[in-house]
Design a protein around this ligand. Structure first.
Ligand SMILES: *Cc1c(COP(=O)(O)O)cnc(C)c1O
Length: 445
């Protein structure tokens, strides 16, 4: 009976739901899992089979599914105000959230502009930078710089600063391409080079472009510390310090896309804190609502805000989305921030990150494993697969094999990564490591 139920939902989904980031034909061989409910770090399907959500449901879930505290706050908010437009109106959740986030930057980024998804936050930061320069009379500053392998979302503006060809290729003619500069990815180290050397080399490449074109450049956009979507490429924080210095020197804005790396993922609440810098714009989404509701925002400096503050309506930032500052989403975010505050999450994560690394130490020195790397609650390694056909299907085979072992992991190419919710207990950490190694063995066999 339940079995029939399960396949029924899968069939109906494949009939009418167009799934994201998916070649739908692959579902002829790749399983589609109908989720019935979630609890903590686990998702349950309609047959009662469970899966350890080791990638936080695409990097959004921080404190588990059906988190009691977030649930309670949302239920309370639901009876007060589900939504009201944010033009001409305001409400407590959006005010409190903006205040709390501003305080987390020590006031450096004191103005929050809201949207619903990450790509929209990136669009907002790009438009704000462009428009701020324009309002200041610098109308030549129309171009952007991004880093090799960058991912900033898939709407047309965000795709223009994205350097993942799989996502961008088909849409080339639609895009106003940004300048792409060298990656600071520590994996690019040559014989005898350190991560710092790679970072400084990459920063020098950026400086060459700025020397030639700074007058035409509005902003540089970066994923601080970890370029996630390209395959968890990690760099030394010295790169961010150089970036900040170069942006100051050449009068260019710095946009930090912390959509994936913010909210404690890399060890500090904001990834930029590891380099002790603040950008001119900081984008947040994904984890900020605890993985509950679509919410994104762009934080900016007083200088940026003042560039728009004027009697002339056209000098204002007229951008909007229907659900800008949705009270339910803001309330979920407030509950998320309250958990960070009350439960010493960043401190506990340090111990969990260490435990996870220790549990996977068996992979060190394995000839089939390259670049075992970690930044806070992100751990990754690259599988060595020489056979081209096997390499091309590695990720799909790993995903399918993982599901058999109650494990939800979706490698990016041959980069296997763990990006679990912060609520894993010691037992779950051990289980995650054991299962990851088991699945790896199975897929490599
Ligand atoms: C996920 C992501 C985005 C896009 O967010 P969406 O909500 O998927 O539009 C942008 N930048 C980074 C770094 C991301 O990881």
């Amino acid at each position: 009976m339940e079995q029939a139920n399960h396949s029924n939902w899968v069939e109906r989904s494949l009939q009418h739901v167009w799934h994201p980031c998916t070649q739908m034909q692959h579902h002829e061989s790749v399983p589609l899992i109908p989720v019935s409910h979630g609890r903590g770090a686990w998702l349950y399907d309609m047959d009662g089979k469970r899966y350890l959500d080791a990638i936080s449901s695409w990097w959004v879930n921080l404190f588990g599914h059906a988190n009691p505290r977030i649930n309670a706050e949302l239920k309370d908010q639901l009876d007060k105000l589900e939504h009201a437009m944010l033009a001409g109106f305001t409400h407590a959740p959006v005010v409190e959230l903006s205040e709390k986030l501003a305080a987390l930057t020590g006031g450096a980024l004191g103005h929050c502009f809201y949207a619903s998804d990450g790509a929209s936050a990136v669009e907002i930061a790009l438009k704000m930078s462009f428009h701020a320069w324009r309002n200041g009379g610098q109308t030549d500053k129309q171009e952007f710089i991004c880093v090799q392998g960058s991912y900033h979302g898939e709407t047309v503006g965000a795709l223009a600063v994205t350097d993942v060809s799989l996502f961008r290729e088909a849409y080339g003619p639609m895009l106003q391409r940004a300048h792409v500069v060298a990656s600071p990815d520590a994996r690019l180290a040559q014989e005898g080079e350190t991560a710092v050397d790679v970072a400084l080399r990459a920063a020098a490449d950026l400086e060459r472009v700025l020397q030639q074109r700074a007058g035409k450049i509005a902003a540089v956009i970066i994923e601080p510390l970890v370029q996630c979507a390209t395959g968890m490429a990690m760099h030394d924080p010295v790169y961010l310090r150089r970036l900040r210095a170069l942006c100051d020197q050449y009068q260019v804005h710095l946009i930090a896309d912390e959509i994936a790396v913010g909210c404690g993922r890399t060890g500090t609440f904001f990834a930029c804190e590891a380099a002790q810098i603040w950008p001119d714009f900081l984008c947040l989404s994904k984890g900020i609502s605890g993985g509950y509701l679509p919410l994104s925002l762009v934080m900016s400096t007083d200088a940026v805000y003042q560039a728009f503050y004027d009697a002339d309506v056209r000098r204002g930032f007229l951008h909007s989305h229907s659900y800008t500052g949705n009270p339910l989403a803001c309330r979920a975010a407030l509950a998320t921030l309250a958990i960070f505050e009350d439960e010493q999450v960043l401190e506990k994560n340090r111990a969990k990150a260490q435990a996870l690394r220790a549990a996977l130490s068996g992979l060190e020195g394995d000839a089939r494993v390259r670049h075992l790397r970690q930044q806070g609650m992100i751990l990754a390694f690259d599988a060595v697969v020489d056979d081209a056909a096997k390499a091309a299907t590695f990720s799909r085979r790993f995903f399918a094999a993982g599901l058999q072992q109650e494990l939800l992991l979706r490698p990016i190419g041959r980069s296997v990564y763990l990006m679990p919710p912060y609520i894993l207990d010691a037992e779950e950490i051990a289980l995650l490591a054991t299962k990851t190694i088991q699945v790896f063995e199975q897929v490599m066999a």
